[in-house]
Ligand binder design. Structure first.
Ligand code: ADP
Ligand code: MN
Ligand code: MN
Ligand code: MN
Length: 367
């Protein structure tokens, strides 16, 4: 019934013989980058003579931008600049995964490299020690594009039993979630937790708290690990914010935010101040909360299914139908963090965290 890829059916015992061969002093380093869609990740691997001990020991590299929707004219070589190193949970120690920024032939950031400008903003707001935590929702699909384990012609029972559910009739594809969790821990990605979501075959993992630029770096690598684990199982993870039309929940990337002041005694007043500022820049934020200027979120932020309307800004304690939610515990303790529920599942975390930091520091900077 479930349609999995042919690759996932190859003989894994044969594979294991090769995977356990010794590799001497050599180190495999897999370079990961965001392609010209701003949503998909690409990767390629090279051998280094010794294990790099820090990011500085990993050389720059390049790739053919004309094959990733990234080339400009006849200058198709793009630079890969290593920015953060992780352990490789597929090839194991001492092998590495390395997240890269993409620069054009003139060494300016590629169009979909939002990290460069995010990093500049994060440097400016450093003194606030801004923490983020992002909740990545996603949906598992068979390779036929149909939600994983849904009846081929028809629908599963309506939403209700699936959120945080257990049992074969409630939880579809938990293997993926558990393997991804372990892969993140091994790699050194700051994964915070996971849960089954409201729509069957929809799941969530959270990353954080991360300070500044670390948020985007860790979330992008967590996404890479998710796609890679799904590949092993022969299924696909989509970050589409509304994969199924109708009475099915969409997928978001709630973004939790705090500054040092907010986390300290009486911090609620600073949370409220930040929310006021966000309210004045609602359209600006919606524009960068999905990769298509708000078009993707139009399908999701309907005001139904635990979302606010894309057209209005609202905030409230424990209110999951608001743009911004103050968690109940934060309301009680009068300190902590707030949750921006607007970012779509396929958002670029660099663009989202950058927008939040700009609005917090200096709303006028949007002009
Ligand atoms: P929800 O109740 O909205 O489903 P989750 O438990 O899924 O919340 O996610 C909570 C998120 O909040 C995590 O990503 C976590 O890292 C983040 N978080 C926790 N404390 C803070 C904080 N002080 N500042 C920013 N983010 C935080
Ligand atoms: Mn959550
Ligand atoms: Mn959720
Ligand atoms: Mn949430």
């Amino acid at each position: 019934m479930a349609s999995v890829s042919s690759s996932s059916l190859l003989n894994k015992a044969v594979r294991q013989q090769y995977m356990s061969l010794p590799q001497g002093q050599k180190c495999q380093v897999t370079y990961i980058w965001i392609d010209g869609t701003g949503e998909a990740l690409r990767n390629k691997t090279r051998t280094l003579d010794t294990e790099p001990k820090s990011i500085e020991e990993i050389p720059e590299w390049n790739f053919d931008g004309s094959s990733t929707y990234q080339a400009e004219g006849s200058n198709s070589d793009m630079y890969l600049i290593p920015v953060r190193m992780f352990r490789d949970p597929f090839n194991l120690d001492p092998n590495k995964l390395v997240l890269c920024e993409v620069l054009k032939y003139n060494r300016l950031p590629a169009e979909t490299n939002h990290r460069a400008s995010c990093n500049e903003v994060m440097e400016k707001v450093k003194q606030h020690h801004m923490w983020f935590g992002m909740e990545q929702e996603y949906t598992l699909l068979g390779i036929d594009g149909h939600p994983f384990s849904w009846p081929p012609n028809g629908f599963p029972a309506p939403q209700g039993p699936y959120y945080c559910g257990v049992g074969a009739n409630s939880a579809y594809g938990r293997d993926i979630v558990e393997c991804h969790y372990k892969a993140c821990l091994y790699a050194g990605v700051k994964i915070y937790g996971t849960n089954a979501e409201v729509m069957p075959s929809q799941w969530e993992f959270q990353v954080g708290p991360c300070e500044g630029i670390e948020m985007g770096d860790h979330l992008w690598v967590a996404r890479f690990l998710l796609h890679r684990v799904c590949e092993d199982f022969g299924v696909v993870a989509t970050l589409d914010p509304k994969p199924m039309k109708g009475n099915w929940n969409g997928a978001g990337c709630h973004t939790n935010v705090s500054t040092e002041e907010m986390r300290e005694e009486g911090g609620l007043q600073y949370i409220e101040k930040a929310i006021d500022k966000l309210g004045k820049k609602h359209p600006e934020h919606i524009c960068v909360y999905d990769p298509h200027g708000g078009k993707d979120n139009m399908r999701r932020l309907t005001g139904l299914h635990e979302t606010s309307s894309i057209h209005d800004f609202s905030a409230g304690v424990a209110n999951r139908g608001a743009s911004i939610r103050i968690p109940r515990q934060v309301g009680q303790e009068k300190k902590g963090y707030f949750e921006d529920r607007r970012p779509a599942a396929n958002c670029d975390p660099y663009a989202v965290t950058k927008a939040i930091a700009i609005t917090y520091e200096d709303e006028e900077a949007w002009k």
